[in-house]
Ligand binder design. Structure first.
Ligand code: NAI
Length: 327
Protein backbone atom coordinates (compact mmCIF):
# COMPACT_ATOMS: atom_id res chain seq x y z
CA UNK A 1 0.00 0.00 0.00
CA UNK A 2 1.28 3.46 -0.91
CA UNK A 3 0.42 6.46 1.24
CA UNK A 4 -0.72 9.67 -0.40
CA UNK A 5 -1.17 13.16 1.13
CA UNK A 6 -4.14 14.84 -0.48
CA UNK A 7 -4.22 18.64 -0.11
CA UNK A 8 -7.03 21.16 -0.50
CA UNK A 9 -9.66 18.45 0.01
CA UNK A 10 -13.33 19.22 -0.61
CA UNK A 11 -16.20 16.85 0.23
CA UNK A 12 -16.83 16.06 -3.47
CA UNK A 13 -13.16 15.02 -3.90
CA UNK A 14 -13.50 12.41 -1.16
CA UNK A 15 -16.62 10.89 -2.70
CA UNK A 16 -14.91 10.08 -5.98
CA UNK A 17 -11.40 9.21 -4.71
CA UNK A 18 -12.73 6.98 -1.91
CA UNK A 19 -14.63 4.88 -4.44
CA UNK A 20 -11.41 4.03 -6.31
CA UNK A 21 -8.50 4.10 -3.86
CA UNK A 22 -8.62 0.38 -2.94
CA UNK A 23 -8.53 -0.63 -6.58
CA UNK A 24 -5.20 1.20 -6.91
CA UNK A 25 -3.78 -0.03 -3.57
CA UNK A 26 -3.51 3.49 -2.19
CA UNK A 27 -4.19 4.90 1.29
CA UNK A 28 -5.20 8.57 1.26
CA UNK A 29 -4.61 11.09 4.06
CA UNK A 30 -6.96 13.96 3.29
CA UNK A 31 -5.90 17.47 4.37
CA UNK A 32 -8.32 20.34 4.21
CA UNK A 33 -5.56 22.94 3.90
CA UNK A 34 -3.86 24.01 0.72
CA UNK A 35 -0.36 22.83 -0.05
CA UNK A 36 2.00 25.68 0.81
CA UNK A 37 5.48 25.95 2.28
CA UNK A 38 3.84 26.41 5.71
CA UNK A 39 1.94 23.14 5.81
CA UNK A 40 3.90 20.90 3.47
CA UNK A 41 5.04 19.12 6.66
CA UNK A 42 1.64 17.38 6.67
CA UNK A 43 3.02 15.29 3.82
CA UNK A 44 5.87 13.80 5.90
CA UNK A 45 5.67 10.00 5.85
CA UNK A 46 3.76 9.91 2.54
CA UNK A 47 4.92 8.48 -0.76
CA UNK A 48 3.23 11.18 -2.86
CA UNK A 49 1.20 14.36 -2.72
CA UNK A 50 -1.97 15.09 -4.63
CA UNK A 51 -2.52 18.80 -5.32
CA UNK A 52 -4.92 21.12 -7.12
CA UNK A 53 -5.02 24.39 -9.04
CA UNK A 54 -4.69 26.74 -6.09
CA UNK A 55 -1.94 24.92 -4.22
CA UNK A 56 1.49 26.56 -4.27
CA UNK A 57 4.26 24.26 -5.38
CA UNK A 58 7.29 26.52 -5.26
CA UNK A 59 10.99 25.88 -4.54
CA UNK A 60 10.45 25.69 -0.76
CA UNK A 61 7.64 23.15 -1.08
CA UNK A 62 9.74 21.08 -3.50
CA UNK A 63 12.76 21.18 -1.16
CA UNK A 64 10.55 19.96 1.70
CA UNK A 65 9.15 17.12 -0.42
CA UNK A 66 12.68 16.07 -1.34
CA UNK A 67 13.60 16.12 2.37
CA UNK A 68 10.60 13.85 3.09
CA UNK A 69 11.78 11.54 0.30
CA UNK A 70 8.61 12.20 -1.71
CA UNK A 71 9.36 11.72 -5.37
CA UNK A 72 6.07 12.51 -7.04
CA UNK A 73 3.37 15.19 -7.16
CA UNK A 74 0.10 14.17 -8.79
CA UNK A 75 -1.86 17.21 -9.93
CA UNK A 76 -5.56 16.37 -10.00
CA UNK A 77 -6.13 18.95 -12.73
CA UNK A 78 -4.95 19.84 -16.22
CA UNK A 79 -3.19 23.15 -15.52
CA UNK A 80 0.20 23.24 -13.78
CA UNK A 81 1.08 26.94 -13.83
CA UNK A 82 1.20 26.80 -10.00
CA UNK A 83 4.14 24.35 -10.08
CA UNK A 84 7.74 25.61 -10.38
CA UNK A 85 8.57 23.05 -13.05
CA UNK A 86 12.12 24.27 -13.65
CA UNK A 87 12.92 23.81 -9.98
CA UNK A 88 11.14 20.46 -9.81
CA UNK A 89 13.23 19.06 -12.66
CA UNK A 90 15.30 16.11 -11.46
CA UNK A 91 13.86 16.39 -7.94
CA UNK A 92 10.20 15.36 -8.16
CA UNK A 93 8.12 13.98 -10.98
CA UNK A 94 4.98 16.00 -11.76
CA UNK A 95 1.95 14.14 -13.12
CA UNK A 96 -1.37 15.63 -14.22
CA UNK A 97 -4.78 14.85 -15.69
CA UNK A 98 -4.44 16.32 -19.17
CA UNK A 99 -8.12 16.02 -20.05
CA UNK A 100 -11.11 15.03 -17.98
CA UNK A 101 -14.11 16.62 -19.59
CA UNK A 102 -13.71 19.46 -22.07
CA UNK A 103 -17.52 19.48 -22.13
CA UNK A 104 -17.71 20.49 -18.47
CA UNK A 105 -15.69 23.68 -19.04
CA UNK A 106 -17.07 24.52 -22.49
CA UNK A 107 -20.68 24.10 -21.34
CA UNK A 108 -20.07 26.26 -18.26
CA UNK A 109 -18.53 28.88 -20.53
CA UNK A 110 -21.68 28.94 -22.67
CA UNK A 111 -23.70 29.15 -19.44
CA UNK A 112 -21.79 32.31 -18.49
CA UNK A 113 -22.34 33.80 -21.94
CA UNK A 114 -26.08 33.07 -21.98
CA UNK A 115 -26.53 34.34 -18.42
CA UNK A 116 -24.68 37.58 -19.15
CA UNK A 117 -26.28 38.24 -22.49
CA UNK A 118 -29.87 37.45 -21.45
CA UNK A 119 -29.35 38.77 -17.88
CA UNK A 120 -30.60 35.50 -16.41
CA UNK A 121 -28.86 36.11 -13.07
CA UNK A 122 -30.64 39.46 -12.75
CA UNK A 123 -33.99 38.11 -13.96
CA UNK A 124 -33.81 35.29 -11.38
CA UNK A 125 -33.26 37.77 -8.56
CA UNK A 126 -36.06 40.00 -9.81
CA UNK A 127 -38.80 37.41 -10.15
CA UNK A 128 -37.93 35.98 -6.71
CA UNK A 129 -38.99 39.37 -5.37
CA UNK A 130 -42.07 39.50 -7.64
CA UNK A 131 -40.42 42.22 -9.71
CA UNK A 132 -41.57 41.39 -13.23
CA UNK A 133 -40.11 44.48 -14.91
CA UNK A 134 -37.96 43.89 -18.03
CA UNK A 135 -36.10 47.21 -17.89
CA UNK A 136 -32.37 46.72 -18.37
CA UNK A 137 -32.69 43.07 -19.40
CA UNK A 138 -32.30 43.51 -23.17
CA UNK A 139 -29.82 41.08 -24.73
CA UNK A 140 -28.83 40.31 -28.33
CA UNK A 141 -29.09 37.29 -30.63
CA UNK A 142 -25.95 35.18 -30.54
CA UNK A 143 -26.89 34.05 -34.04
CA UNK A 144 -24.51 35.67 -36.53
CA UNK A 145 -22.31 37.34 -33.90
CA UNK A 146 -18.54 36.94 -34.17
CA UNK A 147 -16.90 35.00 -31.38
CA UNK A 148 -13.10 34.98 -31.09
CA UNK A 149 -11.64 31.84 -29.52
CA UNK A 150 -8.13 32.12 -28.08
CA UNK A 151 -6.67 28.61 -27.83
CA UNK A 152 -8.12 25.85 -29.99
CA UNK A 153 -7.17 22.88 -27.83
CA UNK A 154 -9.63 20.40 -26.34
CA UNK A 155 -11.83 22.94 -24.53
CA UNK A 156 -11.60 25.65 -27.20
CA UNK A 157 -12.67 23.19 -29.90
CA UNK A 158 -15.51 21.81 -27.78
CA UNK A 159 -16.71 25.37 -27.24
CA UNK A 160 -16.45 26.03 -30.98
CA UNK A 161 -18.79 23.07 -31.57
CA UNK A 162 -21.30 24.57 -29.13
CA UNK A 163 -21.05 27.98 -30.84
CA UNK A 164 -21.64 26.34 -34.22
CA UNK A 165 -25.00 25.18 -32.87
CA UNK A 166 -25.86 28.84 -32.26
CA UNK A 167 -24.80 29.65 -35.86
CA UNK A 168 -22.20 32.12 -34.68
CA UNK A 169 -19.36 33.37 -36.86
CA UNK A 170 -16.25 31.79 -35.33
CA UNK A 171 -12.69 33.07 -35.62
CA UNK A 172 -9.71 31.81 -33.62
CA UNK A 173 -6.15 32.53 -32.60
CA UNK A 174 -3.68 29.88 -31.47
CA UNK A 175 0.10 29.91 -31.29
CA UNK A 176 -0.05 26.45 -32.86
CA UNK A 177 -3.02 26.44 -35.28
CA UNK A 178 -4.32 23.00 -36.22
CA UNK A 179 -3.15 22.29 -39.76
CA UNK A 180 -5.86 21.57 -42.36
CA UNK A 181 -8.70 22.28 -39.95
CA UNK A 182 -11.86 24.15 -40.91
CA UNK A 183 -11.21 26.71 -38.13
CA UNK A 184 -10.77 30.25 -39.45
CA UNK A 185 -7.51 31.41 -37.82
CA UNK A 186 -6.63 35.11 -37.59
CA UNK A 187 -3.86 36.89 -35.74
CA UNK A 188 -4.34 38.08 -32.16
CA UNK A 189 -4.90 41.75 -33.06
CA UNK A 190 -7.46 40.89 -35.75
CA UNK A 191 -9.30 38.65 -33.28
CA UNK A 192 -9.45 41.54 -30.79
CA UNK A 193 -10.69 43.96 -33.44
CA UNK A 194 -13.37 41.78 -35.03
CA UNK A 195 -14.93 39.83 -32.15
CA UNK A 196 -18.20 40.67 -30.42
CA UNK A 197 -17.30 38.06 -27.80
CA UNK A 198 -13.80 36.88 -26.85
CA UNK A 199 -13.35 33.55 -25.10
CA UNK A 200 -10.06 32.43 -23.52
CA UNK A 201 -8.96 28.78 -23.74
CA UNK A 202 -5.17 28.87 -23.77
CA UNK A 203 -2.90 27.96 -20.84
CA UNK A 204 -1.26 30.51 -18.55
CA UNK A 205 2.43 30.70 -19.46
CA UNK A 206 4.98 33.54 -19.28
CA UNK A 207 3.89 34.36 -22.87
CA UNK A 208 0.17 34.51 -22.11
CA UNK A 209 0.38 36.35 -18.75
CA UNK A 210 -1.84 39.46 -19.13
CA UNK A 211 -2.54 38.59 -22.77
CA UNK A 212 -5.67 40.69 -22.31
CA UNK A 213 -4.17 43.99 -21.16
CA UNK A 214 -5.05 47.62 -21.75
CA UNK A 215 -3.59 47.55 -25.29
CA UNK A 216 -5.60 44.51 -26.27
CA UNK A 217 -8.77 45.95 -24.73
CA UNK A 218 -8.30 49.23 -26.61
CA UNK A 219 -8.29 47.27 -29.86
CA UNK A 220 -11.58 45.56 -29.07
CA UNK A 221 -15.04 46.53 -30.27
CA UNK A 222 -17.06 48.76 -27.97
CA UNK A 223 -19.29 46.59 -25.82
CA UNK A 224 -17.21 43.42 -26.28
CA UNK A 225 -18.00 40.47 -24.00
CA UNK A 226 -15.01 38.68 -22.45
CA UNK A 227 -15.20 35.12 -21.14
CA UNK A 228 -12.47 33.48 -19.10
CA UNK A 229 -12.76 29.92 -17.88
CA UNK A 230 -9.04 29.31 -18.41
CA UNK A 231 -6.69 31.02 -15.94
CA UNK A 232 -7.06 34.37 -14.17
CA UNK A 233 -3.56 35.57 -15.04
CA UNK A 234 -4.49 35.74 -18.72
CA UNK A 235 -6.33 38.99 -17.97
CA UNK A 236 -4.91 42.12 -16.35
CA UNK A 237 -7.72 42.60 -13.82
CA UNK A 238 -7.08 46.31 -13.38
CA UNK A 239 -7.34 46.86 -17.14
CA UNK A 240 -10.51 44.75 -17.19
CA UNK A 241 -12.02 46.80 -14.40
CA UNK A 242 -11.11 50.04 -16.16
CA UNK A 243 -12.63 48.76 -19.41
CA UNK A 244 -15.86 47.85 -17.61
CA UNK A 245 -16.06 51.19 -15.80
CA UNK A 246 -15.60 53.20 -19.00
CA UNK A 247 -18.05 50.84 -20.75
CA UNK A 248 -15.58 49.74 -23.40
CA UNK A 249 -16.29 46.21 -22.20
CA UNK A 250 -19.95 45.22 -22.28
CA UNK A 251 -19.73 42.23 -19.94
CA UNK A 252 -17.31 39.76 -18.40
CA UNK A 253 -17.90 36.13 -17.44
CA UNK A 254 -15.12 34.95 -15.16
CA UNK A 255 -14.66 31.49 -13.70
CA UNK A 256 -11.09 32.38 -12.79
CA UNK A 257 -9.41 35.44 -11.32
CA UNK A 258 -5.73 36.26 -11.15
CA UNK A 259 -5.62 36.57 -7.36
CA UNK A 260 -8.05 33.74 -6.68
CA UNK A 261 -5.60 31.50 -4.80
CA UNK A 262 -6.55 32.56 -1.27
CA UNK A 263 -10.17 33.38 -2.09
CA UNK A 264 -11.85 30.84 -4.35
CA UNK A 265 -13.24 27.64 -2.79
CA UNK A 266 -13.61 29.33 0.62
CA UNK A 267 -16.64 30.92 2.32
CA UNK A 268 -16.05 34.61 3.04
CA UNK A 269 -19.72 35.48 3.37
CA UNK A 270 -19.27 36.60 6.99
CA UNK A 271 -16.29 38.80 6.25
CA UNK A 272 -15.39 41.99 4.39
CA UNK A 273 -13.88 41.20 0.98
CA UNK A 274 -10.40 42.68 1.06
CA UNK A 275 -9.68 42.25 -2.65
CA UNK A 276 -11.02 45.56 -3.92
CA UNK A 277 -10.80 44.70 -7.60
CA UNK A 278 -12.76 41.47 -7.16
CA UNK A 279 -15.32 43.20 -4.93
CA UNK A 280 -15.82 45.93 -7.52
CA UNK A 281 -16.10 43.39 -10.36
CA UNK A 282 -18.69 41.37 -8.45
CA UNK A 283 -20.68 44.55 -7.71
CA UNK A 284 -21.28 45.13 -11.42
CA UNK A 285 -24.51 43.96 -13.03
CA UNK A 286 -22.67 42.93 -16.20
CA UNK A 287 -20.05 40.74 -14.50
CA UNK A 288 -20.71 37.14 -13.59
CA UNK A 289 -18.08 35.48 -11.39
CA UNK A 290 -18.05 31.78 -10.56
CA UNK A 291 -15.49 30.25 -8.25
CA UNK A 292 -13.34 28.13 -10.60
CA UNK A 293 -16.16 25.62 -10.90
CA UNK A 294 -16.28 25.10 -14.68
CA UNK A 295 -14.78 21.61 -14.30
CA UNK A 296 -17.31 20.53 -11.68
CA UNK A 297 -19.42 17.80 -13.27
CA UNK A 298 -19.77 14.20 -12.15
CA UNK A 299 -18.16 12.94 -15.33
CA UNK A 300 -15.14 15.18 -14.79
CA UNK A 301 -14.75 14.19 -11.12
CA UNK A 302 -14.86 10.47 -11.97
CA UNK A 303 -12.21 10.95 -14.64
CA UNK A 304 -10.02 13.13 -12.38
CA UNK A 305 -10.04 10.46 -9.65
CA UNK A 306 -9.40 7.62 -12.10
CA UNK A 307 -6.52 9.29 -13.97
CA UNK A 308 -4.86 10.72 -10.83
CA UNK A 309 -4.82 7.31 -9.12
CA UNK A 310 -3.77 5.53 -12.31
CA UNK A 311 -0.92 8.06 -12.76
CA UNK A 312 0.29 7.29 -9.23
CA UNK A 313 -0.11 3.53 -9.73
CA UNK A 314 2.00 3.70 -12.90
CA UNK A 315 4.65 5.78 -11.12
CA UNK A 316 4.85 3.43 -8.12
CA UNK A 317 5.00 0.32 -10.31
CA UNK A 318 7.58 1.65 -12.77
CA UNK A 319 5.14 1.71 -15.68
CA UNK A 320 5.28 4.26 -18.48
CA UNK A 321 4.36 7.73 -17.13
CA UNK A 322 2.08 8.92 -19.90
CA UNK A 323 0.87 12.00 -18.07
CA UNK A 324 4.17 13.35 -16.81
CA UNK A 325 4.57 17.12 -17.17
CA UNK A 326 7.85 18.01 -18.87
CA UNK A 327 9.43 21.38 -18.15
P1 NAI B 1 -5.16 22.22 -24.45
O1 NAI B 1 -3.73 22.02 -24.09
O2 NAI B 1 -5.91 21.12 -25.12
O3 NAI B 1 -5.29 23.54 -25.39
C1 NAI B 1 -4.62 24.73 -25.15
C2 NAI B 1 -4.46 25.44 -26.48
O4 NAI B 1 -3.84 26.71 -26.24
C3 NAI B 1 -3.56 24.69 -27.48
O5 NAI B 1 -4.19 24.61 -28.74
C4 NAI B 1 -2.32 25.54 -27.53
O6 NAI B 1 -1.66 25.50 -28.81
C5 NAI B 1 -2.87 26.92 -27.25
N1 NAI B 1 -1.86 27.87 -26.82
C6 NAI B 1 -0.74 27.63 -26.09
N2 NAI B 1 -0.04 28.77 -25.94
C7 NAI B 1 -0.74 29.74 -26.57
C8 NAI B 1 -0.53 31.13 -26.76
N3 NAI B 1 0.56 31.74 -26.27
N4 NAI B 1 -1.44 31.82 -27.46
C9 NAI B 1 -2.54 31.21 -27.97
N5 NAI B 1 -2.79 29.89 -27.83
C10 NAI B 1 -1.89 29.16 -27.13
O7 NAI B 1 -5.88 22.67 -23.11
P2 NAI B 1 -7.43 22.54 -22.72
O8 NAI B 1 -7.68 21.21 -22.13
O9 NAI B 1 -8.24 22.99 -23.87
O10 NAI B 1 -7.53 23.61 -21.54
C11 NAI B 1 -7.36 25.00 -21.79
C12 NAI B 1 -7.17 25.71 -20.46
O11 NAI B 1 -8.40 25.61 -19.70
C13 NAI B 1 -6.12 25.06 -19.53
O12 NAI B 1 -4.86 25.59 -19.81
C14 NAI B 1 -6.60 25.43 -18.15
O13 NAI B 1 -5.91 26.59 -17.76
C15 NAI B 1 -8.08 25.75 -18.33
N6 NAI B 1 -8.95 24.88 -17.56
C16 NAI B 1 -9.87 25.46 -16.71
C17 NAI B 1 -10.73 24.68 -15.97
C18 NAI B 1 -11.76 25.30 -15.07
O14 NAI B 1 -12.37 24.58 -14.26
N7 NAI B 1 -12.03 26.59 -15.16
C19 NAI B 1 -10.65 23.21 -16.03
C20 NAI B 1 -9.71 22.70 -16.99
C21 NAI B 1 -8.87 23.52 -17.71
Amino acid sequence: MYRVSFFNTKPYDKVFFNKLKDKYDIVIDYHRSKLTEHNVKLAEGSDAVVAFVNDTINDKVIDALVKFNIKVIAMRCAGFNNVDLEYAKGKVVVLRVPAYSPYSVAEHNMGLLLSLNRKLNRAYNRTREFNFSLNGLTGFDLHGKTIGIIGTGKIGRTFIDICKGFKMNIIAYDLYPIPDSDIKYVDFNQLCEESDIISLHCPLTPDTYHLIDENAINRMKDGVFILNTSRGGLIDSEALLKGLINQKIGAAGLDVYEDETDIFYEDYSNEIMKDEILARLISMPNVFVTSHQAFLTEEALVKIAEVTLENLYDFFHGNERKNEVQS
